[in-house]
Write a new protein. Structure first.
Lengths: 340, 350
C-alpha cells in the first residue's frame, strides 16, 4: 500500500481506533539462568495482562481502573507498541499494530502521555527541543516553521512561548505535564494513551490538566485510552470504563452505567471506598486484604480471597464475561443471581 | 539565520498590513528594517544570559571555593602551556643536534657550582638543556595521554551504550570481554599489545608508528572502565519515560542512544576521563622507562627519566630527577582535578 493513499483510505473506515482481542502479556521474572539451575528452580512468569479484549471508538475515552499492579500500565505500553503481546492481536485503525507502527503516517497518529512528569522529559534538553522532537522525527515542519508550531503548542497547553528556552527542571510538576501534553500533541495525533497522567500531581493541578485534556479532546477530536487508579478522575473523563483486577477485566461498560449501578463485587468495593461529598463522615468499607501475588494468582476467580460472595465454584472455576444490560461482568455470583 | 528572521516576521506583516497587500514594494521597503533589531537583541540577550548562567553556575562557585582545585588547575595549566608552546617558550631545542655541544654536558642546575642561567635545570650527557627536554617531553607525554584517553573514551562509550541499551546476549558478551580485560593490570595489557603490534609491523615503519601503537595499547587497557560506567548509567536511563516517549514516535535506537541517553550519562565519564588521563600519562612513562615505549627520537618524560637513570648514581641526579618531578606534578594535578570534579558533580555531596 502506498503511503500517500493510506491516510485517506483510513479516515473513511468506521473501524474502532484501537481494538484489543484476547491480548495476553507475560513477564519472565525468573532469576538468572545460572542461579536458577543451581537452585533447581523452574522458570517463573508473571501474567500481567490476561486475555484482554476491548475496543475504543473514534473520539471517545476508554478508562481502565484498578489497584497498583493490576496490569494497567502494561496495557498502555502494549497499546502504543512499546511491548509486544505474547498472545492476541492489537489493531490500530483496523491494521495490526506492528504493521501500523511500521508506517510513519500511521505511527504519527498515536502518542502517549506518561505518568511521571519528572522522568518523561529529558533533563538535558530544552523544552522547545522536547516539544519539537515529534515534529522533526515525522518531518511535519522545517526550518523556522518548527519553532512556530512549538510556540503554538506551548500556548495551546497554557504555557508561554518563551518557556521553550528553559530546561525541564525550571518547571513544576503540573507545568511539566503540560510540556508532556504539548509534546504528545505535536505530531498531531488522533489517539493518545494517557498512563496515569495526573497521579503525580497535586489535586488542584490535576483538575487543570484533566480539563485541558477534555478541552483538547473536544477541539481536536482525540481518542483517549486513559489509565488511572483514581475513580474520581475517571468519572470526569470517561465514556467507557473497564475495571481491571490482576490482569483481567472484571467489569466493563459505559462509565455512567457502572457508576450508577456497579455490579461486580470488586467495582462495588472500589466505589464504596470513595469519599462522598454528600455524606461526609459516612463509614466507608475499605477494600480488605492485599492484591494477591500475580506470580501465583489464586485459583478460579482471582478475586475470591477478598470477595464476600465467594463460594466453592468461585474458588475452582474462572468466570467468563457475561453481558448484563450493556455491561460486561465476569462474576459467578452475578450469573447465579446471588449478588443482589 | 537571516532567512529564519524573514520567514518568522512574515505572518506578523500579513496580520498587521492586510490592507497593504496590493503594494508589495511599499511593504517590502518599509517593513524589513524593524525586524532585525529586536531579533538581534534577542539573540544577544540569549547569549548574554547563557554566559551569565555559566559564570553564575554552582560549578564555578564551588571551584572558586576550593583552593586545592585552583592550585591543581594552575599547576596543570602552567605545565600544559609550557608543553604546548614548547617550540616558542623553551630556551633551547633539544632535538637540534647542531646546537648541542659536548662542552656543555652535565652542567648542574641553578644553586650549584658552575651553574648558569642558560640551563636553569642543568644539562644531560650530551649537553641538552634539561628544562627544554622536559617541555618537549611533556608535550609528547600529554599528546599520548590525551589521545589514548580519547580512544578509550570513544570505544568505551560506544560499547557501554550498545551493551546497556540492547541488553541480552550483546550486553553479556561485551561486558565479559571487559571483565576479562580488567583482570589484567593495565600496564600488562599495554605491554602485550605493544609487543604484538610492534612485532607485526615491518621494521622500517616501527619507529614512525610507535607513538600510535602506544596510544592504541594504552587506550585498549583503559576502555573497560568507561564502558562499565556508561553501561551502568545507560541501564538506568533506558528505562526512563523520556526514552519510551522517543520510542513511541519511532526514533531510531542509535539516535536515542546518542541524543537522549548519552547526554545523561556523560557526567561520570568525564570524571573517569580526567582520572584516566593521569593513568595514561603514567602508563606511557612506565612503558618508555622500560624501553618499550616511544623511540629515543621522540623522548617523552618516561624516556628522559630512563636516560637520566644511567647517571643517577654517578652524581648527575638532575638529569633524571627533574623530569620525574614534572611527571609527578602533572599527574598529581590531573588526579586532584579529577577528584574534585567527581565530588563537584556528585549530587549526593551537594
Amino acid at each position: 500500500m502506498s503511503e500517500a493513499l493510506a491516510p485517506a483510505a483510513i479516515v473513511v473506515t468506521t473501524a474502532p481506533m484501537l481494538e484489543l482481542a484476547g491480548v495476553t502479556h507475560v513477564f519472565d521474572v525468573s532469576r538468572p539462568w545460572l542461579q536458577r539451575t543451581l537452585a533447581r528452580e523452574p522458570r517463573r512468569t508473571l501474567r500481567a495482562v490476561d486475555d484482554l479484549s476491548f475496543s475504543i471508538p473514534r473520539g471517545t475515552t476508554l478508562s481502565l481502573v484498578g489497584e497498583s499492579g493490576c496490569g494497567k500500565s502494561t496495557v498502555a505500553r502494549l497499546s502504543v507498541g512499546l511491548m509486544e503481546p505474547a498472545r492476541g492481536t492489537i489493531r490500530f485503525e483496523g491494521e495490526p499494530l506492528s504493521t501500523a507502527r511500521a508506517q510513519p503516517a500511521l505511527r504519527r497518529r498515536m502518542n502517549m502521555i506518561f505518568q511521571d512528569p519528572y522522568a518523561s522529559l529529558n533533563p538535558r534538553w530544552r523544552v522547545r527541543d522536547i516539544v519539537a522532537e515529534p515534529i522533526r522525527t515525522f518531518g511535519l515542519a522545517h526550518g523556522s516553521a518548527v519553532q512556530e508550531r512549538v510556540d503554538a503548542l506551548l500556548t495551546q497547553v497554557g504555557l508561554a512561548p518563551q518557556d521553550g528556552e528553559k530546561f525541564p527542571h525550571a518547571f513544576s510538576g503540573g507545568q511539566r505535564q503540560r510540556v508532556s501534553i504539548a509534546r504528545a500533541l505535536s505530531s498531531a495525533p488522533e489517539f493518545l494513551v494517557c498512563d496515569e497522567p495526573t497521579s503525580a500531581l497535586d489535586v488542584s493541578v490535576q483538575a487543570q490538566i484533566l480539563n485541558l485534556m477534555k478541552d483538547l479532546q473536544q477541539r481536536l477530536g482525540l481518542t483517549y485510552l486513559f489509565i488511572s487508579h483514581n475513580l474520581a478522575v475517571v468519572r470526569h473523563m470517561s465514556d467507557q470504563l473497564g475495571v481491571m483486577y490482576l490482569g483481567r477485566i472484571v467489569e466493563m461498560g459505559p462509565a455512567d452505567a457502572i457508576f450508577a449501578a456497579p455490579r461486580h463485587p470488586y467495582t462495588r468495593l472500589l466505589l464504596d471506598a470513595l469519599p462522598d461529598l454528600a455524606h461526609p463522615g459516612r463509614s466507608r468499607t475499605s477494600v480488605g486484604g492485599e492484591v494477591p501475588n500475580p506470580i501465583r494468582p489464586p485459583s478460579g476467580c482471582t478475586f475470591h480471597p477478598r470477595c464476600k460472595l465467594a463460594n466453592a465454584r468461585c474458588r475452582a472455576e474462572r468466570p467468563e464475561q457475561i453481558a448484563a444490560e450493556g455491561v460486561l461482568v465476569a462474576c459467578h455470583a452475578i450469573e447465579e443471581g446471588r449478588a443482589s | 539565520m537571516r532567512e529564519s528572521q524573514a520567514t518568522e516576521s512574515l505572518p506578523l506583516l500579513q496580520g498587521e498590513g492586510g490592507g497593504r497587500g496590493p503594494d508589495p514594494t511599499g511593504s517590502a521597503g518599509v517593513s524589513p528594517p524593524p525586524s532585525p533589531l529586536p531579533q538581534g537583541e534577542g539573540e544577544n540577550r540569549r547569549a548574554r544570559t547563557r554566559l551569565a548562567a555559566m559564570l553564575d553556575s554552582d560549578f564555578l562557585w564551588k571551584f572558586s571555593r576550593s583552593p586545592l582545585a585552583i592550585a591543581a588547575a594552575l599547576v596543570a595549566l602552567v605545565l600544559t602551556v609550557g608543553a604546548v608552546f614548547a617550540p616558542w617558550l623553551a630556551p633551547h631545542d633539544p632535538m637540534d643536534v647542531a646546537s648541542l655541544s659536548l662542552m656543555d654536558s652535565f652542567k648542574p642546575p641553578i644553586g650549584m657550582e658552575d651553574a648558569d642561567w642558560a640551563n636553569p635545570l642543568g644539562t644531560d650527557n650530551q649537553g641538552r638543556d634539561v628544562l627544554s627536554a622536559i617541555m618537549y617531553g611533556m608535550r609528547i607525554s600529554l599528546a599520548v595521554g590525551i589521545l589514548s584517553v580519547l580512544f578509550a573514551l570513544v570505544v568505551g562509550i560506544l560499547v557501554g551504550l550498545a551493551a546497556g541499551y540492547a541488553g541480552g546476549v550483546l550486553d553479556a558478551t561485551l561486558m565479559r570481554v571487559a571483565d576479562v580485560q580488567l583482570t589484567f593490570p593495565a600496564i600488562l595489557t599495554a605491554l602485550l599489545v605493544d609487543g604484538v603490534v610492534g612485532a607485526a609491523l615491518p621494521h622500517d615503519l616501527r619507529d614512525g608508528l610507535q607513538i600510535y601503537v602506544i596510544i592504541f595499547a594504552i587506550g585498549v587497557s583503559l576502555w573497560p572502565s568507561f564502558a562499565r560506567t556508561v553501561r551502568g548509567s545507560t541501564l538506568v536511563e533506558r528505562n526512563k519515560d523520556y526514552v519510551a516517549a522517543a520510542r513511541v514516535i519511532g526514533v531510531k535506537p542509535w539516535r536515542i542512544m546518542l541524543n537522549h541517553v548519552l547526554p545523561n550519562v556523560i557526567g561520570p565519564v568525564l570524571v573517569i576521563g580526567t582520572l584516566g588521563l593521569g593513568l595514561a600519562i603514567l602508563a606511557e612513562a612506565t612503558l618508555s622507562f622500560l624501553g618499550v615505549g616511544l623511540p629515543p627520537t621522540q623522548p617523552s618524560l618516561g624516556t628522559l627519566i630512563r636516560f637520566g637513570n644511567d647517571f643517577l648514581f654517578s652524581g648527575q641526579w638532575w638529569v633524571s630527577l627533574f623530569p620525574g618531578i614534572a611527571l609527578i606534578l602533572m599527574v598529581l594535578a590531573i588526579n586532584l582535578l579529577g577528584d574534585w570534579l567527581r565530588d563537584a558533580l556528585n549530587p549526593r555531596l551537594r
